[in-house]
Unconditional design. Structure first.
Length: 73
């Protein structure tokens, strides 16, 4: 289960929390720290785990990051 939606924008992608209005963009992160999309997704998962822990499927791990579950159909 993903805890965010994405939308392309000029020069990057916006990630929006599915539980609230919190947003980050890939432009908020530095490419020298790794893939910007990966950093944005991790930030959104951490946000969901910390601020929405009772939401269905949102569980914090030891690092405060929630794994993204992707599945077909």
């Amino acid at each position: 289960m993903r805890y965010y939606t994405t939308k392309s924008m000029n020069g990057g992608t916006t990630f929006k929390c599915t539980f609230c209005e919190h947003r980050v963009t890939t432009l908020d992160f530095k490419s020298m720290n790794g893939n910007r999309r990966t950093q944005a997704a991790a930030a959104m998962n951490q946000h969901a785990g910390l601020l929405h822990p009772r939401a269905p499927g949102a569980h914090s791990s030891a690092q405060g990051i929630v794994p993204v579950k992707q599945g077909g159909g």
